[in-house]
Design a protein around this ligand. Structure first.
Ligand code: UDP
Ligand code: MG
Length: 355
């Protein structure tokens, strides 16, 4: 009201005209004066205080001000608004034409979309809360450092076997490189005992009554290295069984995959003869694992686990290969060739050391 009265530039309003204006305001209608097109129209007020654009325009609508005193932005918005409000069809038969006040619109009609949006939002929010309430949070993967599981104790009184009596060859290479396939060839021709660390772990995982089943399962799925205590005990027990049966030559496939495993195994079980390392690019290994995954039933023969296993191999297992290489104990074979070609290379390189 104060705003409406103050800026009236020239005309002094009579009491009667003040009454008319104040009545028009009490009907929540505003009067505005705009130069192009020159008209005085009434437009409905739409919750002015809540909307920044309208609060910016309110002084224009409320006050009878000459166009020259308005900022260009305000003017252009006001002009657009005038044009659109003039083009709106009215069906009430009220006075029309230039300068004629437009009938006020029913404000109740404007409120319902907001009410609808509010209730829809409230219902959706309640549904989200309800959905979250009873769902268990996913368990993070087991971490060695935080694992409360008691791991098997390893002896520290030196190797249990002598390297003269028990021959161990480590077989390393990326996931799916073909270690298992080449080991099968060597078993056939040279009568090795083939111990795959991965197979022993999977066997233990599905053995009834094992206390490490869940732990192994989580590590394998995540492509991480199972704590060495578990793997070394499994290998040592398997070796003891074979030695008791008179077999003393072992291919240990997919082990050691981490430096601590390498050092500990040689400390408490037996020092290795050498490491057969199959080198291969990830693209070839991906194709092989994808093919194997069709029938293997392995929980880690899928694209997601595969990527994790590649990373673990590069970051954790390659240092083992490099460590033994520094000791001149690595025989490197190109694993990207065909099965037969790779096996021919193996024999050419190490046949004399396999007997
Ligand atoms: N694994 C392990 N320690 C090992 C060997 C294997 O923790 O010394 C786990 C690891 O999670 C690995 C999985 O067993 O990704 C499968 O190993 P495997 O040797 O069967 O894989 P491959 O090389 O045959 O693809
Ligand atoms: Mg394997």
């Amino acid at each position: 009201m104060r705003c409406l009265l103050k800026p009236l530039p020239t005309a002094s309003l009579s009491a009667r005209s003040l009454q008319v204006v104040s009545r028009s305001i009490s009907k929540r209608t505003f009067v505005r004066y705009l130069p192009a097109p020159q008209s005085i129209v009434s437009i409905p007020q739409v919750k002015p205080l809540r909307r920044p654009l309208q609060s910016q325009l309110l002084p224009t609508y409320n006050c009878l001000r000459p166009a020259s005193s308005l900022s260009p932005t305000v003017l252009s918005v006001a002009r657009r608004s005038t044009v659109s409000s003039n083009s709106r069809p009215y069906t009430t038969g009220h006075i029309s034409g230039p300068g004629a006040p437009r009938p006020p619109r029913d404000n109740k009609l404007k409120a319902w979309p907001f009410v609808l949006i509010f209730f829809t939002g409230a219902i959706a929010f309640a549904a989200v809360l309800e959905n979250r309430k009873d769902k268990p949070r996913p368990m993070p993967p087991t971490d060695t450092s935080s694992s409360s599981k008691e791991l098997p104790k390893l002896r520290d009184d030196g190797p249990i076997f002598s390297p003269e009596a028990v021959k161990v060859i480590f077989v390393l290479g990326g996931p799916g490189v073909g270690k298992g396939t080449q080991c099968a060839n060597l078993v056939k021709d040279y009568h090795f005992v083939h111990l795959s660390a991965g197979d022993l772990l999977r066997e233990e995982q599905s053995r009834s009554g094992t206390e490490y089943g869940e732990l192994i399962k989580t590590y394998i799925k995540e492509g991480k290295i199972v704590p060495m205590e578990v793997t070394i005990v499994l290998l040592e027990n398997a070796m003891k069984r074979s030695i008791a049966a008179g077999k003393h030559k072992f291919l240990i496939d997919g082990f050691p995959r981490q430096m601590d495993q390498a050092l500990k195994f040689e400390d408490v079980v037996v020092p290795s003869q050498f490491t057969l390392f199959f080198d291969c690019d990830e693209e070839t290994m991906t194709k092989r694992i994808t093919e194997r995954g069709k029938t293997s039933g392995r929980s880690d023969d899928n694209p997601e686990s595969m990527l994790k296993r590649f990373r673990t191999f590069k970051e954790t297992s390659m240092p083992v290969v490099n460590y033994f290489d520094g000791l001149k104990k690595v025989v490197k074979i190109d694993g990207a060739k065909s099965v037969d070609a790779v096996y021919a290379d193996v024999k050419a390189h190490v046949a004399d050391r396999l007997k």
